[in-house]
Ligand binder design. Structure first.
Ligand SMILES: [Fe+2]
Length: 661
């Protein structure tokens, strides 16, 4: 153990204790434990130098099976994300900015994920509990939910892993007093520890670890891909200091191939243009993706070709992001936005009219992103010879670019981790830590129903509490419920559909959904008017049984798209008959439903197929504009009553408004 350097003292005490216990409890001769100790210490040092992971790893061939691997396993790991103080710090130091500009900050979408013995047990974003959309607050609501689900106390947690590690970048923050304070108040270990001790009193500091942000995203993609070997590409606005990182993941290792600085971030450029077009930074990028097919990319293609340089080494440069030298400009991307004002188009006022200028800029930007993703992923795919690609990071939520990659033929298979945004970095932090400490089961993640479910008693209480305003019909079985729902969908009605565990990640995949008939000509406008209050230009997504997906969409045989995270083309002969889910360019954000993964939703679309001939529904998330997706039965009833949704199914109970009697 003397080989462990002083800087790792916090770990070495734990190692020493474990070896002594191991030797005594398993009665292994001291010579063997000495040998193991040296081997593991060396392994651990290597890991720390490269990737700053604090933990132990057994390097034998079967870490799940061997006594040492089991012994070293950190059985209960909680991954978390978010920086609670990020926006408050910005408001304190730069008062008077537009509210939208405060979202130009790090650490939104905080979340917690619990892993026990290498298996994902529970996970949810904090916004679903605090009801503050995209909140970065310390995820205590999500942690409490995870612990409650597993019947654990806070003291049972073996490790808390945060999906950011700013310590290696501390020096860069010490160059000016404001940045130094920002480091201390927002990003430092001390700040996180103070939040942990405030919310989880008695939790020792040595249980709290920091995982590099892109490594967290990469672990979230690799360890849920089910692949032993893959190219993993992470693209987001930025992690601690980088915007893109490419990895070669194999045999329980994630080796970095290359990275692109946040100063050349395609994600940040996309978000700045989103802001320039009158939408919200770090929030509304998907609306630009939805607007793009209405525009002509040719008009501003040259601008984006100049703005984003594709380099021969697979990387990119974005010179207009380097204009922000003043401290305030670095907080607001002010110089870049002034450049756009002068050289692209004037900024659109939020909620103002959307013109051809805006549509054409969106189209050219989306085309640019598509090219960048093909350029980066294609380069590292060719260089490594890897034909499987796993993606995560906020940019990987861009369904259009993912669809282009899929169609490109550059890869045999593409997996996008469905919680690709920063809620997913909590998942990745937990997976990475668990993988170092006994291993994880690297199997393809099923539809991520990892959130809370509510008992019939809780549903009955919510129904009783709102009893004067509703009328209730109970069905005995799922089959009867689905038959009734299918009849209503065929009749052009809009349903709230609430069942089982809530989804982890941004999409509603059949447990917290609003459903309708995709073939109804006015359905898009009706749902927008009655509940979504959103921009009319965005179509809704179709959810279709795996058995019928090829009948309606142009997808390769056997391809599953269970997470609604890639576009595919609607078959030309069906486009006119599916107006509510077909985009102007013929694409759709398809979700396939597999009976094994998502049986109740599958039963519903089968029942719909019986009456309409199409095992397909329009599926959009159960929330109103600006609110998180509903979590509890009471939130579902309140949202139902507060909007124009016509019927609500809470498990096997149908709820109508009392006025409809
Ligand atoms: Fe991220």
């Amino acid at each position: 153990m003397s080989r462990v350097p002083a800087s790792y003292d916090r770990c070495s005490a734990t190692i020493r204790k474990r070896y002594i216990f191991l030797r005594k409890s398993l009665q292994i001769p001291q010579t063997v434990t000495q040998w193991l100790g040296i081997k593991i210490a060396v392994e651990r040092i290597g890991r720390d130098r490269d990737q700053r992971v604090w933990g132990l790893q057994c390097r034998c061939h079967a870490p799940q099976m061997c006594a040492l691997g089991r012994f070293l396993k950190m059985a209960k790991v909680v991954g978390i994300s978010g920086f609670e103080n990020s926006i408050p710090f910005k408001k304190k130091h730069w008062p008077g900015l537009e509210e939208r500009e405060y979202r130009i900050s790090q650490g939104h979408d905080s979340a917690a994920v619990l892993m026990i013995d290498g298996k994902i047990v529970a996970g949810a974003a904090e916004e679903r509990f605090s009801r503050k959309k995209h909140t970065g607050d310390f995820p205590i609501g999500a942690i409490r939910y995870c612990l409650q689900t597993a019947g654990l106390k806070p003291s049972d947690i073996d490790e808390i892993s945060h999906g950011f590690d700013y310590a290696p970048f501390k020096a860069a923050f010490m160059l000016d007093p404001t940045s130094a304070e920002q480091y201390k108040e927002v990003f430092s270990r001390e700040k996180l520890l103070s939040q942990v001790s405030q919310h989880l009193p008695g939790c020792p500091a040595d249980k709290v670890h920091h995982i590099n942000h892109h490594l967290s995203h990469a672990a979230s993609a690799y360890y849920t891909s089910g692949w032993n070997q893959a190219l993993v590409v992470i693209l987001d606005g930025m992690g601690e200091a980088h915007a893109v990182t490419a990895y070669h993941a194999h045999d329980n290792q994630i080796d970095k191939l290359a990275e692109i600085s946040a100063k050349d971030s395609i994600g940040i450029l996309y978000s700045i243009i989103t802001l320039h077009l009158g939408f919200d930074f770090n929030s509304d990028e998907y609306k630009i993706m939805g607007l793009a097919p209405y525009g002509n990319p040719a008009r501003y293609r040259h601008f984006f070709e100049q703005a984003v340089e594709l380099l021969d080494n697979g990387l990119i440069k974005v010179p207009i992001l380097r204009l922000n030298n003043e401290r305030l400009d670095r907080e607001t991307y002010g110089a870049t936005r002034r450049y756009l004002e002068e050289h692209l188009i004037p900024a659109r006022i939020p909620d103002g009219d959307t013109t051809d200028d805006h549509r054409d800029v969106a189209a050219a930007l989306q085309e640019c992103l598509d090219k960048v993703m093909l350029h980066i992923c294609g380069h590292f795919g060719r260089k490594t010879g890897l034909r499987k690609l796993a993606l995560a990071g906020g940019v990987a939520l861009n369904c259009t670019a993912n669809g282009r990659l899929l169609q490109s033929g550059l890869f045999d298979d593409i997996y996008v981790q469905p919680a690709a945004g920063d809620d997913g970095s909590a998942l990745g932090a937990a997976l990475w830590s668990a993988s170092r400490n006994g291993g994880v089961q690297n199997v393809r993640m099923p539809v991520p129903f990892l959130g809370p479910e509510h008992s019939q008693a809780e549903i009955d209480k919510a129904l009783a509490d709102t009893g004067s305003r509703i009328e209730v019909t109970r069905f005995a079985t799922l089959a009867e419920t689905c038959a009734e729902a299918a009849k209503l969908i065929k009749a052009g009605r809009v349903l709230g559909w609430y069942r089982g565990r809530m989804e982890f990640g941004p999409r509603a995949l059949g447990h917290r959904s609003i459903l309708a008939d995709p073939g109804h000509p006015e359905m898009r406008d009706r749902i927008n008017a009655m509940v979504k209050m959103r921009e009319a230009f965005r179509p809704f997504a179709p959810a279709v049984s795996l058995e019928q997906v090829q009948d309606w969409f142009e997808v390769p045989k056997g391809l599953e798209l269970p997470y609604m995270i890639m576009t595919a083309d609607v078959r030309p002969q069906h486009r006119a008959a599916l107006p509510a889910i077909t985009h102007v360019n013929g694409s759709a954000r398809v979700q396939t439903i597999n009976k094994k993964d998502n049986p109740e939703f599958h039963a519903l679309v089968q029942a719909v197929g019986q009456v309409t001939g199409r095992e397909m529904v329009l599926n959009t998330s159960f929330n109103v504009k600006g609110q998180p997706i509903v979590n509890t039965p009471r939130e579902a009833i309140d949202t139902f009553l507060g909007t124009g949704i016509e019927f609500l199914f809470l498990e096997n109970t149908l709820v109508r408004r009392a006025a409809q009697k």
